[in-house]
Design a protein around this ligand. Structure first.
Ligand code: MLY
Length: 266
């Protein structure tokens, strides 16, 4: 469901253009999603990426799977594209001489892991090998993004959301993803070949739910607002990661003159 948001109208209204599809590490035609809720697979523990764990598909949205690690709680769900290399059929870990690990925050005693694993896999519905995608799409040869290009991006603080976004900065192999109509609290830097960014129109193709832009009024950057200038940004935070920007504003609420507060929306 796309609400009433139309990229066509929006790009015209904002006089902006979409980042071309070749900029992204995504297939031109989104992959087929044949997974079903309840299927089990192997996944890297996002909080402890050297561990391969058992995960259950607890939801599907477009070509993404909502995953929950078996033995973990329901507060740490994560989302993966069906063609992600971070998900594998059950048996893959063992085939590569690895050992399945309990998730970080395993709710039982560590010593009960082997028995837990046995019971978990016994009679489980394992996602069949054939519905996994052989490989992730290749990374584009170079970072072709330009500042101002529009895209769709995962809100990493609320990863079930994919939202309209704009490239705010290009720095080597990284880009700054900024969310349209939201202040900087949700921005992040990522590699140009991140799997969390998609071309305009992606959600319409996959049937995922594209959020409408926020209501923040975007003011053009000018030299009189030094905190927003890119030179200030880079000198303050050369690493470009987790940089606290726009100090003095609390996260969560769009700024601007439009609705100050709409309960239930943020
Ligand atoms: N109301 C929540 C979610 C905000 C989502 C922002 N995204 C779409 C950029 C909050 O304020 O945290």
């Amino acid at each position: 469901y796309q609400g009433h948001f139309s990229w066509d109208k929006y790009l015209k209204e904002t006089g902006s253009s979409a980042a071309p599809a070749h900029c992204f590490r995504q297939c031109l035609t989104p992959p087929v999603n044949e997974f079903k809720s309840g299927m089990k697979l192997e996944a890297q523990d996002p909080r402890n990426t050297t561990s391969t764990c058992i995960a259950t598909v607890v939801g599907l949205t477009g070509v993404r799977l909502r995953l929950r690690l078996d033995g973990s709680d329901n507060k740490n769900d994560f989302w993966r594209l069906v063609d992600s290399s971070e998900i594998q059929p059950i048996g893959n870990c063992e085939k590569n001489a690895g050992m399945l690990q309990p998730p970080l925050g395993f709710r039982l005693n560590a010593s009960s892991w082997p028995m837990f694993l046995l019971k978990t896999l016994n009679g489980a519905e394992m996602a069949p090998v054939r519905i996994f995608h052989k490989q992730e799409p290749p990374a584009p040869a170079q970072n072709s993004f330009k500042v101002g290009m529009k895209l769709e991006a995962v809100d990493r603080k609320n990863p079930h959301f994919i939202c309209p976004a704009t490239i705010g900065e290009v720095r080597g192999s990284e880009v700054l993803v900024t969310f349209d109509g939201w202040r900087g609290a949700f921005d992040y830097y990522c590699r140009y070949d991140s799997r969390d960014i998609f071309p305009v129109g992606w959600c319409a193709l996959t049937g995922d739910n594209l959020q409408p832009p926020g209501t923040k009024v975007v003011l053009p950057k000018s030299p009189s607002t030094p905190l927003e200038s890119s030179s200030e940004r880079s000198s303050m935070h050369p690493a470009g990661r987790g940089a606290p920007r726009q100090r003095g504003r609390k996260p969560g609420r769009p700024r601007g003159r439009l609705p100050g507060r709409l309960p239930g929306i943020w």
